[in-house]
Design a protein around this ligand. Sequence first.
Ligand SMILES: Cc1ncc(COP(=O)(O)O)c(C=O)c1O
Length: 399
Amino acid sequence: MTVDVAAIRSGFPALRLGVAHFDGPGGSQTPECVADAVAATLVAGVANRGTVTAAERRAEDIVTGARAAVADLLGCQPGGVVFGRSMTQLTYDVARALAKEWQPSDEVVVTRLDHDGNIRPWVQAAEAVGATVRWAEFDSDTAELPVEAVTDLLSDRTRVVAVTGASNLLGTRPDVAAIARAAHDAGALVYVDGVHLTPHAPIDVAALGADFFACSPYKFFGPHHGVVVADPALLESLRPDKLLPSSDAVPERYELGTLPYELLAGTTATVDFIAKLVPGDGNRRRRVLTSMAAVEEHEEKLFDRLLDGLAGIDAVTLHGSPARRTPTALFSVRDRNGRDVYEHLASRGVNAPASQFYAIEASRWMGLGDEGAVRAGLAPYTNDEDIDRLLAGVAEVAR
Ligand SMILES: Cc1ncc(COP(=O)(O)O)c(C=O)c1O
């Protein structure tokens, strides 16, 4: 099944502005149907969740609907879907809840490849109880994170392994399933940062072996909030801090304050939109998987063109060459700092920012310091013309 890029693009008002967006890894553009769902909810007559008034029931249905939608996107149970402000906030919350049971003799494993959102919450939670942090290092030439780089650090003291599903800086997709198998054998939980992976691949949290899997709908066409999913039984076993009168049920126990109903309605619309990206049969879960497989194929083809084009420009250095990757390229141009390239491209209507993108450990490890480099990330709406424009802009600045 192939992606009809022109048809997809027609759903995105922002793309009519004529900008080529390679900034999707920072946040994708949003289709009109998602914006409509958000706006409609705000004016629909919504109250706090309940069963007495129609407004209460609408809020209830929105939350139930959004949990079902995320479950179809990720292949998990609706009762294990926790909503929050962002992946960062949810990861801090889960880390603090887990750390309540840690001892000073315990250890957590983090990777140098990860976004700081899946590093610092664990480092700080470990520090608070005197537990030890073990760092898994990746290969700074290839940007690969070998399975053994993580599994060699495991012991019967390991409580959590925090690993990314895909690097938002370099695109690397570590073998999370193999890491998770070894972590489970050691008795550790696995927390997967799926923020950068979810927009680019079909996701099955059980197949990945993720005990927790976090993602952010604003990276895959949706509104700005975060999600973490887990087995409801695991969520049941933890005691996060919460208010006395708020629900102790799972997953509500983890959802501090009132949920953003309008954003959740937007997320349901997002999953419905993804399910319709290509024609498909079966229930929404099946259609999501069909769509995401088609997206992966489409992005891979375009990405090959992008990589070949960049490699063909003499002054360009591509950072990392992981075998399994998302369509996300990090590059520098000789004698130009990243900011110059970023600004030159922006002046040509091509959005490809330069930064370490909060993967600060990875950027430093690659020798790119706190400045990082230029990142060009593809999205399902990226087309050949976008690639041509990016390559032309880079060639100009590389002269
Ligand atoms: C890989 C990765 N993890 C985590 C985050 C943080 O997500 P949030 O903004 O939802 O906290 C980002 C955001 O860029 C990301 O790319």
